[in-house]
Write a protein that binds this ligand. Structure first.
Ligand code: G6P
Length: 637
């Protein structure tokens, strides 16, 4: 792989409208809604009586475009225009700076482009363009696009042809929107590897890297496929679209608009909550309900998963499942391992996508299934691992939130998680939705093996009641805030549990790190004495997840070990264990409802841990919706 001096994933938007109108506020709102894709700098360009006007800022668009200088200039925001583009950036290499913020222009200032993705051959392109006199102003890979179009215009008469010529030279991934001052009322769009969606209304085209942005205007959209470009124009009050493929040769293609599903405008609003993350934590009962809806049959005690109906034979023969995923989705995969191995005789391995894609694999393809788990369905490492699995001829099953995403379209089959749009960068509701699908998937596999009908019914009834129990856990919010405050001076923290609770400890630690920037560990509780206990002292907090299941007595033993070293203990357990003397001695406890099936506790116990991380971060003054250095979907390697 080539080393880039700067790559980005980012959010992009472009609008053309039939009639001149105040488009700058529209672009800024769109960028606010794309902020989850990156927020270290932002910018926009528009055409104003045949000149390209560009404005940039450091930081998030909602903080610095909306509340900053640009917005204050009514001459800009009130300007009635037909053509505008915008960008919010997440840099992985090189410092965020105004010069690196998009849009990028060519030498003459005629062309402005926004780009999401990575141009792998940018160094070669840049150096040959420099040799023939092009001057670059940024360190980005993206700027070569503007200069390549400028260069192509020396021999192509039409801008469209120069654009296509330049695009064909690019290697790597891109979603691009370009504007040209000599062609007002036209957007030039191209896609390869990074998402591009074209929203269609009676009065405008709006192009964006996420369908959420389009929802403010329309539910009708055309998702571009890889190696497709679109020329969107408005002329004499008529909107015109031309879609072309640029594979071996350039040829027109026709695409029918689709309806946006699985996302709503409500998802984009905080609805009275102080942050998106808190809203999404509170949405979890609804999320589990939505994810379960219509996916089980109480009479047969079985799961009803449409994505599996044509694959019964393969599922019966399954010996191995390999989950591939990153971050929170990987923690869901680890919980899935516990659930599936508990209920069936199938072996489950969890592979981190960025590792899987470069490893040798010894599983036999005919009796193995790859389960790809991803909220966004866009994570570059996950897609890379999926491609490797496909090349090695494994069957693939996706557990994905975003409809139409790469993972959802590339896997052989799968199930959507129905969590709706998740804006908070630290994942919450998408995680419980992934777990919910994994319970149903495990139930299906188990009922194909030796799980009795009544056992199936029992599991279904526990799952059905989870949303109600989740509501009870959410009532503990204020209490959890006080607990976070009580431990605010703690120096370091470990999250611990046994068996099925270990992945939840991992997810709790991930949430805590993402939000507070405090290093913390997560371990199987029994492993504590084999090393991590060395860090236990009066300034150390052990957060222990231990509902009253068959490992409860063992867990109590470990608590005594921690207390004997002077460490502080916060216990998450269920109502049936509340009176236990060891629990009573803890420095703090969070009591969740007792449920019928121990295997379902992860769905409940993660909520207080999300809230604990949330309130801990809030009291430190952190930006909980947009933690530093992170982005919602990491579309670069
Ligand atoms: C990034 C995000 C994590 C997320 C991971 C996987 O690293 O910051 O929060 O869990 O990607 O994302 P995915 O969309 O594939 O679930």
């Amino acid at each position: 792989m080539k080393t880039l001096s700067e790559v980005n994933m980012c959010g992009i938007v472009g609008i053309i409208s039939k009639e001149p109108q105040e488009l700058v506020p529209n672009i800024i709102t769109a960028l606010n809604n794309l902020e989850y894709r990156g927020y270290d700098s932002a910018g926009l360009s528009f055409l104003d009586t045949s000149t390209v006007k560009t404005f940039k800022c450091l930081g998030a668009p909602s903080d610095n475009l909306e509340k900053g200088e640009i917005y204050a200039k009514t001459a800009i925001t009130n300007k009635k225009i037909t053509t505008a583009i915008g960008h919010t950036r997440w840099a992985t290499h090189g410092k965020p700076s105004i010069k690196n913020a998009h849009p990028h222009l060519d030498c003459t200032g005629r062309i402005a482009i926004v780009h999401n993705g990575t141009i792998l051959n940018f160094e070669e392109l840049k150096s040959s363009l420099q040799k023939i006199g092009h001057t670059f102003k940024s360190d980005t890979d993206s700027e070569v696009i503007a200069h390549s179009i400028e260069e192509a215009l020396k021999h192509e008469k039409k801008f469209e042809d120069a654009f296509l010529h330049a695009i064909k030279m690019l290697e790597g991934s891109f979603g691009i929107v370009a504007i040209d001052k000599k062609n007002p009322g036209t957007l030039y769009v191209a896609k390869n590897g990074s998402p591009i969606n074209i929203g269609i209304t009676d009065t405008m085209f709006i192009v964006a890297s996420s369908v959420n942005v389009l929802l403010h205007y329309t539910k009708h959209y055309i998702p571009l496929s890889d190696k497709e470009c679109a020329i969107l124009s408005t002329n004499k009050g008529i909107l015109h679209q031309e879609i072309l493929q640029f594979k071996d040769k350039i040829q027109p293609t026709s695409k029918q608009p689709k309806l946006i599903k699985g996302a709503s405008v409500e998802d984009m609003s905080k609805e009275g909550f102080e942050s998106f993350m808190l809203k999404e934590i509170y949405e979890q009962p609804k999320t589990v309900q939505a994810t379960l809806l219509g996916r089980y049959n109480k009479k047969t005690g079985n799961a009803v998963l449409g994505g599996l109906t044509d694959h019964e034979k393969c599922l019966k023969q399954l010996i191995n499942i390999i989950t591939i995923s990153c971050g929170t989705a990987n923690n869901a995969g680890k919980a899935g391992k516990g659930i599936i191995e508990n209920l069936t005789d199938i072996n489950v391995r969890n592979e981190i996508a960025s590792e899987f894609r470069y490893q040798k694999h010894n599983f036999k393809q005919h009796n193995s299934l790859i389960v790809v788990i991803s909220q966004s369905g866009e994570t570059a490492d996950t897609i890379g691992a999926l491609k490797v699995a496909q090349k090695e001829r494994y069957k693939t099953f996706g557990i994905v939130n975003v409809v139409g995403s790469a993972v959802s379209t590339e896997t052989d089959t799968g199930e959507f998680t129905r969590a709706g749009t998740e804006i908070g960068v630290a994942s919450t509701k998408a995680f419980v939705a992934q777990l919910t699908v994994l319970y149903l998937f495990a139930l299906k596999l188990a009922r194909m093996r030796d799980m009795e009908k009544d056992e199936g019914k029992h599991l279904i009834s526990t799952l059905e009641n989870i949303p109600k129990h989740m509501q009870k856990v959410l009532i503990l919010d204020k209490e959890i805030k006080k607990i976070a405050h009580k431990f605010k001076n703690i120096k370091n923290i470990s999250f611990l549990g046994r068996g099925i609770h270990v992945p939840i400890a991992d997810e709790a630690a991930l949430k805590f790190k993402e939000l507070t920037y405090i290093e913390c560990g997560s371990y199987p509780l029994g492993e504590l004495k084999h090393g991590p206990i060395a860090i236990v002292d009066k300034d150390h907090l052990s957060v222990i997840i231990m509902p009253k299941d068959d490992q409860f007595a063992l867990s109590k033993n470990s608590i005594e070990q921690i207390r004997s070293k002077g460490g502080k203990v916060l216990i998450i357990t269920d109502k049936s264990a509340e009176k236990d003397p060891v629990i009573q001695k803890a420095d703090a406890t969070i009591i969740i409802p007792t449920i019928k099936q121990n295997i379902c506790y992860p769905l409940l116990e993660i909520i207080p841990l999300q809230l604990f991380a949330y309130h801990f971060a809030q009291q430190l003054g952190m930006n909980v919706d947009k933690p530093r250095n992170l982005a919602k979907s990491v579309t670069v390697e």
